[in-house]
Design a protein around this ligand. Sequence first.
Ligand code: ATP
Ligand code: MG
Length: 130
Amino acid sequence: MPVLESLIKEMNKKTEMRASIEAKTELPKFSPEVENTLYRCVQEALLNAARHAFAHNLTVELAFAAGLVTCKIKDDGVGFDTHACPGGSSKHLGLLGMKERVFLVKGTLEINSVPGKGTEIIITIPINGA
Ligand SMILES: Nc1ncnc2c1ncn2[C@@H]1O[C@H](COP(=O)(O)OP(=O)(O)OP(=O)(O)O)[C@@H](O)[C@H]1O
Ligand SMILES: [Mg+2]
């Protein structure tokens, strides 16, 4: 996805963190809604990894199988306690916004994070007609 590639390139210019993106399979052409959702989610995940994680590396992996696109965003930063629920506070709207966007295109978002072990965000979105 060229828009995601330029986003990653921009981020690499701005921060010390090294971000990369890889398509694990051939990808279909996404609808503007799906493309926009992926763009906004990757953008917020990059910002969070740069601002909160002190991550050295971040990878974005895209794959398409059985009508589902999966986007995995993984950093090697400090991680956080997902049960502490910072997303519930009015000051932290990034993760909540990602969840809402993904929900609107009927997808799911999973966060796997352990303090000290980095963070992985897995977004899965069904692609109609694919
Ligand atoms: N990749 C990450 N690594 C470590 N901590 C994270 C990561 N992503 C999120 N967090 C933690 O989860 C909190 C909530 O993230 P969220 O994006 O919802 O809010 P925010 O980044 O603090 O504020 P906002 O996105 O609204 O400007 C963050 O404050 C941070 O403590
Ligand atoms: Mg944020």
